[in-house]
Design a protein around this ligand. Structure first.
Ligand code: GLN
Length: 484
């Protein structure tokens, strides 16, 4: 077994017990990252910084003064601002932007002792489901091969591929409509999207502010629990972060599922429903029942409108958030004859096609005359979606079990129609619309490729959600991609 095969929990314990040193663990990852450049998971490895941080961690561990994640090497989605380290959101418009500040989430992780291995690829501004909109090119799913080039999902495709291929112990991701859970499902990893407000959004490049939330992608549920404990915080720099105590989510894993009521929402199905997906969903239900949960069938009637409403709300907020990239204050600038000409040239050259599409849709739905017909209506639908969830939770349901995605990893270049791409988020967007926590857990392999099951929980019940997720994980087992 190689050092890079250790889970986060194992690495942490061995570091604390001084059985291994952070310097050697970090070096093993630096080597693994170098050897797999063709996956394109990291757009900026930071080996020097990693070595420096590992050395400092070893010194602390030596004196017994290490933090709870002391010496643990992590990968960071390049949407999190990292002080002094280039942050691009995988967009040309941010150019060589080097933030003068650190995002709260990454600050929390470094304060806990973690080591930064580098910045991970993503869809441009986190807009996409396949990592193909990245200005740095797509990421290869380690479950694919040179003959079968598969997506690792998106937008956190660098994070999911890196975790699956053991190029970091764990990674950060962000989820606006599914960008943590969908890539986790497509790579056989665990992806947790916390309740809106659980983690601070400060210092994360904004996509759709009322939906964006940071969370971990890990190899196990236990690792997700550990990561969340050290990512989450209330933060006076983000007024939407919530002052609910951060629990020891790892300790809470022991709660189990006995006596829990799990809802199966009938609307979470597609036509045609892939056989393997339906089978895993049924299997998940049985695993939970066998472990002592009560299964109930429920209805969330407004689910069918969620995707349409999301693709109004998210672009609307994006068009407003992206107005700041004007070539004046930071990022790339293309000169023009006058200021308007400069704005136009900068934005035309700096944004990719998908981002431009979102800006156009967003500006349209917010424009006078269309605001009521689209944006306001979508917000009303959003309230109805949220109420559906509140109703089932009021009936005593503790969590809902659904598939994470409508299918396994698809071939790069395989979905050219934007709407076809958007349909990938059909099971994940309702969770963001309602602000709830959701987790994707590997359910098994179909034709050699991983599929995930999603659990959706009550607001701020990440602890309960993860203890149920662990039951699924124990029943399903874990899945590593074939060696390349
Ligand atoms: N795929 C969805 C979109 O493109 C969700 C992206 C995300 O969660 N960041 O909007």
């Amino acid at each position: 077994m190689s050092l890079t095969d250790l889970t986060l929990a194992e690495a942490r314990d061995k570091l604390a017990a001084k059985e291994i040193r952070s310097a050697e663990l970090t070096e093993a990852y630096i080597g693994a990252i170098e050897a797999t450049r063709s996956l394109n998971a990291y757009i900026l490895p930071t080996p020097d910084k990693a070595r420096e941080m590992a050395k400092a961690s070893d010194a602390k561990l030596e004196t017994g003064k290490g933090g709870p994640l002391e010496g643990v090497p992590l990968g960071i989605k390049d949407l999190f601002c990292t002080e002094g380290v280039r942050t691009t959101a995988c967009s040309k418009i941010l150019g060589e932007f080097i933030p003068p500040y650190e995002s709260t989430v990454t600050r929390n992780l470094w304060d806990a002792g973690a080591v930064c291995l580098g910045k991970l690829n993503l869809d441009e501004f986190a807009m996409g489901s396949s990592n193909e909109t990245s200005a740095f090119g797509p990421v290869m799913n380690p479950w694919g091969s040179d003959n079968q080039r598969l997506t690792p999902g998106g937008s956190s495709g660098g994070s999911s591929a890196a975790v699956a291929a053991h190029l970091c112990v764990a990674a950060t991701g962000t989820d606006t409509g599914g960008s943590i859970r969908q890539p986790a499902a497509l790579t056989g990893t665990v992806g947790l999207k916390p309740t809106y407000g659980r983690c601070s959004r400060w210092g994360i490049v904004a996509f759709a502010s009322s939906l964006d939330q940071a969370g971990p992608i890990t190899r196990t549920v236990r690792d997700a629990a550990i990561m969340l404990t050290h990512m989450a915080s209330v933060d006076d720099k983000d007024s939407t972060s919530v002052d609910v105590p951060v629990e020891d989510y790892e300790a809470a894993l022991e709660r189990g599922v006995k006596g829990k009521k799990i809802g199966i929402p009938k609307e979470y199905s597609v036509d045609p429903m892939p056989e393997a997906l339906a089978a895993f969903w049924k299997q998940g239900e049985e695993w939970l029942r066998d472990a002592g949960a009560e299964i109930v069938h429920v209805s969330l009637p407004h689910t069918k409108y969620a995707l349409a409403a999301y693709y109004i709300v998210a672009p609307a907020e994006a068009s407003s958030n992206l107005a700041r990239y004007d070539g004046v204050r930071y990022g790339a600038r293309v000169p023009g004859d006058d200021i308007i000409d400069m704005y136009e040239a900068t934005r035309a050259a700096g944004f990719g096609d998908e981002v431009k599409r979102r800006i156009m849709i967003g500006t349209y739905v917010l424009s006078a005359g269309y605001y009521d017909a689209y944006y306001l209506r979508a917000q009303k639908v959003r309230t109805l979606i949220k109420r559906d969830f509140e109703n089932v939770f009021a009936q005593g349901v503790d969590a809902l079990l659904t598939p994470t995605t409508p299918g396994p990893a698809f071939e790069l270049g395989g979905k050219q129609d934007p709407v076809e791409m958007y349909l990938n988020d059909i099971f994940t967007v309702p969770v963001n619309m309602a602000g709830l926590p959701g987790i994707s857990v590997p359910a098994g392999l179909a034709n050699g490729l991983p599929l995930g099951l999603q659990l959706i929980g009550k607001p701020f019940d990440e602890a309960g959600l993860m203890s149920i997720a662990r039951t699924l994980e124990e029943a399903a087992g874990s899945f590593a991609p074939p060696a390349r």
